[in-house]
Design a protein around this ligand. Sequence first.
Ligand code: FAD
Ligand code: 2HG
Ligand code: ZN
Length: 454
Amino acid sequence: VDPVQEWRDIVGGANVLTAPDDVAPYVTDWTGRFVGRHTTVVRPGSTAEVAEIVAACRRSGTAIVPQGGNTGMVGGGVPLHGEVVVSLRRLATVGEVDPVGHQVSAGAGATVEAVQLAAAAVGLRYAVDFGGRGTATVGGSVATNAGGINLIRYGGTREQLVGIEAVLGTGDVVRRMTGLVKDNTGYHLPSLLCGSEGTLGIVTEARFRLVPAVEHRVLAVVAFADVPAAVAAASAWRRGLRDLEAAELVLHDGVSLVAEQFGLPLPFPVAHPVYVLVEAAGSTDPTDELADAVAAVAGVRDVAVAPDEARRAALWRLREDHALAINRVGVPHKFDVTLPQHLLGEFVDRVPAVVTAELPDARTWIFGHVGDGNLHVNVTGAPPDAPALDDAVYGLVVAMGGSISAEHGIGTAKSRFLAMQRSPAELAAMRAIKTALDPDGIMNPAAILPPVRG
Ligand code: FAD
Ligand code: 2HG
Ligand code: ZN
């Protein structure tokens, strides 16, 4: 049987895309760095259809790349080797919010923003938030265990996940959507599938806990002379600022790039080297609490407080639109890394020289979730494949005791480096899990685990 015809029989001809123009948006990633091969895109409309597609792919030995919003940053969601793309976007239903249990279920193709809006409509909140919210999906954010700007307070996607439905690489459907918060009944499949980047199965639905919405929110941009002062301040706020929601670091060159690209005002009349966006939110106005916390730290050069919602949104754009602004400079080479808190300053000092030692004309942009020790190093002016650059930057990260992936995952971009980070015993355990849940190796085979040699 022709596999494409089989897929058409399952999802209907209109949901199997083969024309180059129709397929193109599914083939190249958000940054333009990862360009896959022309392929077929299958758009199932139900869990049963997903299961039939996986079963058909098992029979024909066809590799699958699951895809949601295609906002991932590590080349894990595009068909680099001509895999069939299974797009989950049609599974976009957001269920009714449970107002007693404070939970909601959503289909894999619903956007993160749709979940946030459903929660907000009943006075609750979905705690995961990041710049890609309007396009990134429930399935993709679960598959990558997306972090974002409020992880410091509420944890990442895994911490919100209280249930999952997925089609494993075997074709079997696992469903545990009761939303029981305490449920120690053996292996916790939601946690395992979260962060598995489509290598074990396809997430079709997820159930999330919701947190209380906060009525009062205040943002300050605090200027510092250097990164160590900013790190020390963020550390003090983590300890002492009860309503801390976010602590995000940006540098002056990045802020002025975003301001210039999008016509936004700069936070201060004069430039400072480093800024931290610190936001507090609570059921009572946290302005005084935030002002006291800012006054209590050393090295503050200036402070701008958003007086209203419009200014707050404009200040946030200076941070959130970094990725968009950098894309306009050129195709970025992204490093999403974590360092021990006390080494963040040294890392920011050292990394630009490590980059230019490999590529003298390249430019380095650094920003990130400083409260979590997570920095985003973006390099423009590098070719899409720059193995010596990767070696140099990841070498520095590992030498300094950091992690080569904080929140974006391993994808295909970092699989070569996984063994620098995880022990042979850990890799063997991961492989055993992969083989058990995806015996034919059809689920996103190029992502996460490096190919076995020999
Ligand atoms: P895709 O890009 O489509 O896929 C990502 C991975 O998940 C791929 O490996 C894919 O195969 C797999 N996958 C997708 N759907 C499924 C499914 N249903 N079942 C199984 N596997 C699946 N990330 C953060 O962690 N923190 C941030 O602050 C953050 N900010 C961002 C800001 C912007 C502007 C953008 C564009 C992205 C940002 N991201 C951030 C990246 C983040 O990883 C993704 O936005 C999101 O988690 C991926 O969702 P997606 O639906 O686009 O997934
Ligand atoms: C962010 O925090 C995202 O803005 C994107 O995780 C990071 O573009 C990046 O490197
Ligand atoms: Zn981030």
